[in-house]
Design a protein around this ligand. Structure first.
Ligand SMILES: [Zn+2]
Length: 383
């Protein structure tokens, strides 16, 4: 397990490869931003919007949303700055929503004056699939990850709205299996965040084609025929979650500070809409040796909000923590007991990077043991 020398991302993350200098792709991509002509890309976005702008009153485009800070930012750019008439499309969480999340979701429609089309997945099916995905692959929310990618594309085809605005290209921005930078999100489904449904696999598990109807990604032919043009907004504007949060707040978005202090988290404004879903992120810890504190510390180091040494301190203090409220909500939905959960997780601890001592799994060679850490944690980002 090697860590990027610039941020704190380990090379155990799927798709991450450090270059000859020991730097990860996400850091290299961030550095390349300096050479991008953002003004020219903004003009490209204007041209793209003009291409799809309609004068008959129908929706010009779809924006995929969750109600989070990035959703607010997407709507802000597309509706407020580009003057488009978007339809917002969302897949409801299969887990309990936070109060803050419900409020942010409703407020988004109100603050921007937009219609939202939302899909509720069959919960019985979602539970079965979540349990199978967890037991076999250590995933925490397999059907949820899929429906987020599939539903907006289905809507785009069925409603005949070719332009679909996604947020960031996660593979390019944060490091993943897809290397190149492209404005088109046509291949997003293959970025391994969600994997296209394998009907034969699920049929063997007793789940029929009929049950899976909503989760089947449209074929390339269907997408071509509908002339879909799904795009990443992060190609056109430099993506910064913290900046998006600042914009979102101006439109009434609230962070979760007053509702819930999430263990293992170093910020209060990202993924604040749902509770049990976040187990999905924690499951990266036993499998790959990192969790949200690493992710967020990496964003902040790259954008110079904190030093690498400060990031390492955050990772040491928070990355291993699993919030009990998250776990309780996830268990309530899936039906496992605490013990059953930990018994299943036991097989996913990556033996190459963890060792067991006194009954607990610990990283053999964590980043903070390799590097010197500055004694004082400097001031954190202002909110
Ligand atoms: Zn890096």
């Amino acid at each position: 397990m090697q860590y990027c020398k610039r941020c704190v991302m380990p090379d155990t993350k799927p798709g991450v490869k450090l270059d000859s200098e020991g730097i990860c792709q996400a850091c290299c991509a961030y550095e390349r931003r300096k050479n991008v002509d953002w003004k020219a890309r903004w003009i490209e976005l204007e041209k793209l919007c003009d291409k799809y702008r309609r004068d008959d009153g129908y929706y010009d485009c779809i924006i995929t949303v969750s109600g989070g800070k990035d959703s607010y930012f997407q709507v802000y750019v597309i509706k407020e700055l580009m003057g488009m008439n978007p339809l917002l499309v969302s897949a409801a969480s299969i887990f309990t929503s936070t109060e803050t999340g419900r409020r942010n979701f409703n407020n988004m429609s109100d603050a921007f004056g937009c219609d939202i089309l939302s899909f509720n997945l069959n919960l019985d099916l979602a539970r079965k699939m979540t349990r199978i995905g967890f037991e076999e692959k250590g995933f925490g929310a397999m059907p949820m990850d899929l429906i987020i990618y599939v539903f907006p594309i289905r809507v785009a085809i069925n409603y005949n709205i070719p332009l679909v605005i996604w947020g960031e290209n996660v593979s390019y921005e944060y490091g993943g299996v897809q290397k190149g930078e492209t404005y088109s999100a046509k291949d997003q489904i293959y970025n391994t965040v969600a994997t296209p449904i394998d009907l034969k696999y699920w049929e063997k598990k007793g789940i029929s084609k009929k049950d899976l109807n909503s989760l089947v990604y449209p074929t390339k032919e269907e997408i071509e025929k509908a002339k879909l043009d799904p795009v990443y907004l992060s190609y056109f504007v430099p993506w910064d979650g913290h900046h998006n949060y600042q914009i979102a707040k101006k439109y009434g978005f609230r962070d979760i500070t007053h509702e819930w202090k999430r263990e293992g988290y170093i910020e209060d404004y990202d993924q604040v809409d749902t509770i049990g879903y976040l187990i999905n992120a924690w499951l990266k810890y036993p499998k790959f040796g990192f969790h949200r504190a690493t992710d967020v510390a990496c964003y902040w180091i790259r954008s110079r909000k904190i030093t690498r040494e400060e990031g390492i301190k955050f990772v040491k203090e928070h990355d291993h923590k699993l919030d009990q409220k998250m776990l309780d909500d996830w268990l309530a939905f899936t039906g496992y007991t605490n013990k059953e959960f930990w018994d299943i997780v036991e097989k996913f601890w990556n033996r190459d990077i963890f060792e067991k001592s006194d009954g607990l799994w610990k990283l053999k060679d964590p980043v903070w043991k390799r590097e010197s850490i500055e004694p004082e944690l400097k001031t954190l980002v202002s909110t």
